[in-house]
Design a binder for this molecule. Structure first.
Ligand SMILES: Cc1ncc(COP(=O)(O)O)c(C=O)c1O
Length: 411
């Protein structure tokens, strides 16, 4: 579709977008192509992508190494089922993931999206306790402002105040929520541990639930409490994994290892949908105790094209000077955004790694702000009171400056 006025009108009438009304949705912008950090709209305008397509396109777009990996794999096979079959791209990617994550994580389960990775992790934890003949441990402990995805299990561990819980009241499983501070965590573990299968956390950075950061000591304490009270720890690094916070994985800020780790988003460099759940053998063996097996197996599990591009993306990241690059982005974001604190309209400014957040005091008129940003040559997707950027790591200083100036102009 080349984007004539009639076609735009047709799209508005028929094609549903994320978290959008239907009919009468907010405007969407048609992208004709993407290259480097630029999206080219169908009217020819180029905008710098400050969102990395929801945290995923860490190398930008149209990346020769990633294109090649897909083209090469395509000649062998686009897809085969993973039930009873295996293939080299899955083996190579699993080896790489085991190599770059903590030593205790030795088993890899591939799924097709972040939310499904979270579903699988929750099921693993529940099935683990079933294997131990423990029918008490059926609840999850999660953080206030948590976001773990949009499917039912994942929604049930999202912050009840700040998510879709109200729409599904009485239909979602109920779990326990605690703010990320040491005293409240200790109280929650002491009170609820007997019924807790696992605690699930977004390590250090809470994304879609408010773009909030919490201290590494809190994460270290969570690991300690999980050990003390025999509760499993699930780290959801779907948003934070692959360098975004300045460490390859955010758990490294607290030097902790989870029992179950969820990866997604930047796993494929934003090229295809793929996620992975890694576990300690204690979990996989525990599930099997009563001759049970993990009851999960999506049709497109371990899609070969996605595995091949994921492996290429990780290789590309590790071969680059990504730590230095992210440090430079962090410094520039701090220098550019922290002065916004002097504006009466701004409640807070937070920067960590390649994440820059300006929290306004009032909720924003998103469609009009987005139109303004597009006019300034920048693509961002603010929500609520939050204006934020997570640019591709390859962004040049002058391009990041353009994003920063656009954000500053709105404060
Ligand atoms: C921390 C976290 N977990 C899970 C998800 C869900 O991933 P997906 O959108 O691929 O289902 C997201 C998506 O934003 C996320 O940020």
């Amino acid at each position: 579709m080349s984007g004539s006025t009639e076609e735009h009108a047709w799209e508005r009438e028929h094609v549903w977008h994320p978290y959008a009304a239907m009919p009468n949705p907010n405007p969407v912008y048609q992208v004709a192509s993407a290259n480097g950090v630029y999206l080219t709209l169908d009217n020819g305008q180029q905008v710098i992508d400050g969102m990395s397509s929801w945290w995923s396109a860490i190398h930008g777009y149209n990346v020769p190494e990633l294109n090649q990996a897909i083209e090469k794999q395509l000649k062998d096979m686009a897809h085969v089922m993973f039930g009873g079959l295996t293939h080299q791209p899955a083996i190579d990617l699993a080896k790489t993931l085991i190599d770059i994550t903590p030593n205790n994580l030795q088993h890899v389960f591939f799924v097709d999206s972040g939310s499904v990775a979270v579903e699988t992790a929750l099921k693993m934890a529940l099935q683990y306790w079933q294997g131990q003949h423990n029918d008490q441990k059926t609840k999850f402990l999660s953080l206030t402002h948590a976001y773990h995805g949009d499917t039912f299990g994942a929604m049930s561990v999202c912050d009840p105040e700040n998510s879709m819980h109200h729409l599904y009241k009485g239909l979602l499983p109920t779990h326990i929520f605690v703010p990320p501070n040491i005293q409240d965590l200790r109280t929650a573990f002491a009170r609820h541990h007997q019924k807790l299968a696992a605690m699930i956390v977004e390590p250090i950075v809470q994304g879609a639930g408010g773009m909030l950061f919490y201290d590494a000591e809190v994460l270290a304490e969570i690991r300690k409490l999980c050990d003390e009270y025999d509760v499993l720890l699930i780290a959801d690094e779907i948003a934070t994994g692959f360098g975004r916070t300045g460490k390859l994985f955010a758990c490294e800020h607290a030097d902790i290892t989870p029992d179950i780790l969820c990866l997604g988003k930047a796993l494929t460099g934003g090229y295809m949908t793929l996620a992975a759940v890694l576990t300690d053998p204690k979990i996989s063996q525990g599930i099997q105790k009563q001759d049970n097996i993990l009851m999960h197996g999506p049709t497109f599990m371990a899609n070969p094209l996605a595995c091949a591009v994921a492996k290429a993306s990780i290789d590309l990241l590790l071969a680059s000077d990504w730590q230095k690059r992210i440090q430079t982005i962090e410094t520039q974001l701090k220098q550019g955004l922290l002065p916004c604190l002097s504006s009466d309209k701004v409640a807070d400014v937070r920067v960590m790694g390649a994440i820059g957040v300006v929290e306004m005091k009032e909720a924003m008129d998103i469609p009009s702000i987005q139109a303004d940003l597009i006019e300034q040559g920048v693509w961002l997707r603010p929500f609520g009171k939050l204006l934020y950027t997570m640019p591709p790591f390859i962004i040049e200083d002058n391009e990041l400056e353009k994003i920063i100036s656009a954000i500053v102009s709105l404060t």
